[in-house]
Design a protein around this ligand. Structure first.
Ligand code: ADP
Ligand code: MG
Length: 262
């Protein structure tokens, strides 16, 4: 069962329930090194749950989760915390500390998890803020930032420990279309420049097709389709084609119609 793992992350037959609701039902998913895998799915389909499982902050009811050769579902707490440093997370609402300036927010993982000096930390913070185009905003407070700027800061913070894998939870949610494209471009550039693997969950199709080198669609607790963007576009699965085109005709809305009329 615990064969060595050549993928950067893997869910193997993972089931996750919250109370009586089965959110993930024997889901298997492999993340390949240096790809940008976009996980598609409706709101509430379990996308954030997948990211929290990969990060090891949530444990499955059944199945196992791997980060490289480590079966994180079996690791003792301290080992897990050490492994987690190799994974960066960009949260949906940026999750910045409102009482701290940008600099402190970005420095946080370095201060908490390393014994680097103030000078070393400042150097890394500057470098990462520069990468995301936010060097001049070091001393601003989060309340002074636009949504797009907060997202950049959050990305800089995810980068300070030089992760091998970055997880993005709805990176463009709530941003205007122009800012959304800017953030998408940034994700693509970073992944190509620093050779970091990205897993992005989203329900926004324009963004998904810009970013993805590969896609997987989650529906009713299962991965119902997986492939390159081109393969996804050609999918014969009516749920996938409806989701990709945003059509009101198809199986997705039929359920809601039934729910409304019954
Ligand atoms: N900690 C939790 N306790 C109870 N239910 C949860 C919890 N986390 C998620 N859920 C439920 O699991 C489902 C999937 O959630 P989530 O992964 O956040 O979906 P998505 O990110 O695709 O919108 C939702 O129905 C949500 O209400
Ligand atoms: Mg979510």
């Amino acid at each position: 069962m615990s064969t060595a793992n050549s993928y950067i992350a893997e869910l193997r037959e993972v089931t996750k329930r919250f109370e009586e609701k089965t959110v993930l039902d024997h889901v298997s998913l492999k993340v390949r090194s240096q790809e940008r895998l976009v996980i598609l799915g409706q709101s509430g389909s379990g996308k954030s749950t997948i990211l929290r499982l990969i990060l090891g902050i949530l444990m499955p009811d059944e199945g196992s989760v791997f980060f490289k050769q480590f079966e994180i579902t079996r690791l003792p707490r301290r080992k897990l915390q050490r492994i987690r440093r190799h994974i960066g997370m960009v949260y949906q609402y940026s999750a910045l500390l409102s009482s701290r300036p940008v600099r402190d927010n970005v420095a946080l993982p370095l201060e908490e998890l390393t014994d680097k000096s103030r000078e070393e930390i400042d150097k890394i913070v500057d470098e990462k803020l520069e990468l995301v185009g936010m060097k001049d905003s070091k001393n601003l407070m989060p309340s002074e930032l636009s949504g797009g700027m907060k997202k950049r800061v959050s990305l800089a913070r995810a980068l300070v420990l030089e992760p091998e894998l970055i997880l993005f939870d709805e990176p463009v949610a709530g941003l205007d279309p122009v800012m959304a494209s800017v953030i998408d471009e940034l994700v693509i550039n970073l992944s190509e420049k620093s050779k970091v693997t990205c897993v992005v969950v989203t329900h926004e199709m324009d963004s998904a097709f810009r970013i993805a080198t590969r896609m997987a669609m989650l529906y009713h607790g299962k991965i119902i389709e997986e492939g390159t963007p081109e393969e996804m576009k050609k999918s014969r699965n009516p749920v996938v084609s409806q989701f990709l085109t945003g059509s009101t005709e198809g199986p997705i809305l039929e359920e809601t119609k039934d729910a409304i009329t019954t």
